[in-house]
Design a protein around this ligand. Structure first.
Ligand SMILES: NC(=O)c1ccc[n+]([C@@H]2O[C@H](COP(=O)([O-])OP(=O)(O)OC[C@H]3O[C@@H](n4cnc5c(N)ncnc54)[C@H](O)[C@@H]3O)[C@@H](O)[C@H]2O)c1
Length: 471
């Protein structure tokens, strides 16, 4: 079976329409028969393939937003220059625009500031990557589609349900490809999970528990001090952070969501919780700095976490990072976590019921030592438990644990591809889809992606009103 047929058979790529659930009373897939003596699932060829796109022509791409994510996708072009070329760059920050443009030999006339400038010149590439902040997805995406570009669109798709649906309609109207960066679907770990569920390794799937630990410092960096701190400027955290997770749950369960009820709040990062005498910034001589787990000085200059936002050009000297922390605009990251203009919840739970009767319990937690994902899958004949890198399958008949733990990042082609390999696997599929003008080559086409976004908007309504939302 060629890989595309294999992926279609497990629903890892769409078969044109949204993935449907089996009709009531349909015969369950026969259980996957694993060799009794095998205690490893690694040898099953699940989800691993070359990242090199199979295309018969080079694809040309414009990157809009040359920040963290834009660079992730641009690195792919450096890896596979025969398959994809960056021919235009847009970023309002001159140094980011220049660095990416120079690295890819982008001509002067195709170096743009604001995204809108890209569309003032006639179409000059096959596709655009939209990796601007959340509030700048909708307008550039609508414009790009109208001008005949295919799009790789960062998540969340847009800030409202109405805008999400408008993008879907625009893609259909202009017959264009829009891949949403739900990168987890492309990670070998999740493809392997999906394969086992789809082939009946746990019998009939009944319920899922899925947890997204954000990690305490990541929470402080992104959702208290950083770019996603304000749900109105960006999107509620259930979309900004967890749309991946709703998407994965929906994908594994393979049935439309019927209802969702959510709760959660901002417990800690509020002014009334500031310790006595804490100044507005950690760098203003805070008496608690040495003891505070959220100290900006500790997180950035000592631990050197999340320092990509400081445009350090490889300089990791603590004094240099400290200088950045004292200098606008970077000094916003020096703010005391109790004195920020943030409103995103730091704990969030959602319960979902699906058309087939399956249930899912999701929980997003800021107060955890590590990030990643933890998933438990309960089926009528088996159980899977995983931590985002490794999972174990128990078949109730044998109770012999079988483990999947492929070291994806040790495979040379996958090195540097974040999200468990998903980042670059997504780009590969998108490039193949653009080259062949075939939406079916994508796991996360626009219809499917919007379904999980609609679940996120419903969850947020439920959290705010206390009511269960019917889908
Ligand atoms: N798929 C994922 O797993 C994932 C992970 C992180 C972030 N994201 C999403 O990716 C997007 C980008 O996030 P990021 O971490 O790369 O942010 P970033 O701040 O590092 O990059 C955004 C870039 O857009 C530029 N920009 C801002 N306004 C612009 C404008 N008007 N025109 C052109 N460029 C403009 C900024 O200068 C910046 O360089 C966000 O929507 C975010 O939610 C997705």
């Amino acid at each position: 079976m060629i890989r595309r047929d294999f992926l279609k058979s497990i629903g890892a790529i769409s078969a044109g329409a949204a993935i449907g659930m089996p009709a009531a009373g349909a015969i369950l897939p026969s259980p996957l028969v694993l060799p009794d003596d095998a205690d490893s699932l690694n040898d099953l060829d699940m989800g691993m393939r070359s990242l090199r796109p199979r295309v018969d022509r080079q694809i040309s791409v414009v990157i809009i937003g040359a920040g963290n994510r834009g660079n992730t996708y641009a690195r792919f072009a450096q890896k596979f220059p025969d398959e994809v070329k960056i021919v235009g760059v847009s970023d309002i920050l001159e140094h980011r625009r220049t660095r990416m443009s120079d690295a890819h030999g982008v001509p002067e006339e195709h170096r743009f500031g604001d995204w809108s400038e890209v569309f003032k010149v006639p179409k000059f590439a096959d596709a655009v990557v939209i990796s601007t902040p959340d509030d700048l997805h909708f307008a550039p995406c609508m414009k790009a589609l109208a001008m005949g570009y295919d799009v790789l669109l960062e998540k969340p798709v847009a800030q409202t349900e109405k805008e999400c649906k408008a993008i879907r309609e625009q893609a259909k109207k202009y017959d264009r490809i829009v891949a949403v960066c739900h990168v987890l679907r492309y990670a070998p770990y999740f493809i392997a999970l999906k394969h086992l569920v789809k082939t009946g390794a746990v019998g009939e799937l009944v319920s899922i528990q899925h947890m997204e630990p954000i990690q305490f410092a990541h929470m402080a960096h992104s959702y208290v001090r950083g770019n996603w701190r304000d749900s109105k400027q960006t999107t509620p955290i259930i979309l900004a952070k967890s749309c991946h997770d709703l998407d994965i749950i929906r994908w594994l369960i393979d049935s439309p969501c019927k209802s969702i009820v959510a709760d959660g709040s901002l417990h800690l990062f509020r002014p009334e919780n500031a310790p006595e005498g804490a100044p507005l910034k950690c760098t203003d001589g805070c008496p608690h700095e040495q003891n505070c787990p959220y100290s900006a000085i500790d997180i950035y200059t000592r631990k050197k976490w999340h320092i990509g936002v400081f445009d350090l050009n490889g300089n990791r000297d603590p004094d240099f990072i400290m200088q950045r922390l004292l200098t606008p605009p970077y000094d916003s990251y020096a703010r005391c976590v109790y004195h920020c203009d943030n409103d995103q919840p730091d704990h969030y739970v959602a319960e979902m019921v699906f058309e087939g009767g399956q249930t899912a319990a999701f929980s997003m937690e800021a107060f955890a030592p590590q990030g990643g994902r933890r998933t438990r899958i309960m089926g009528t004949a088996g159980y899977i438990e995983g931590d985002g890198a490794k999972f174990t399958l128990w078949d109730f008949r044998t109770l012999k644990p079988k483990v999947w733990n492929r070291k994806v990042n040790e495979i040379p082609e996958y090195k540097g591809s974040g999200h468990g390999g998903g980042d670059h696997a997504l780009v590969r599929d998108w490039i193949e889809a653009v080259a062949a003008h075939d939406n079916n080559l994508l796991s996360s086409n626009i219809d499917v992606s919007i379904e999980s976004h609609v679940m996120g908007f419903a969850a947020e309504r439920s959290r705010k009103t206390g009511r269960k939302e019917k889908m």
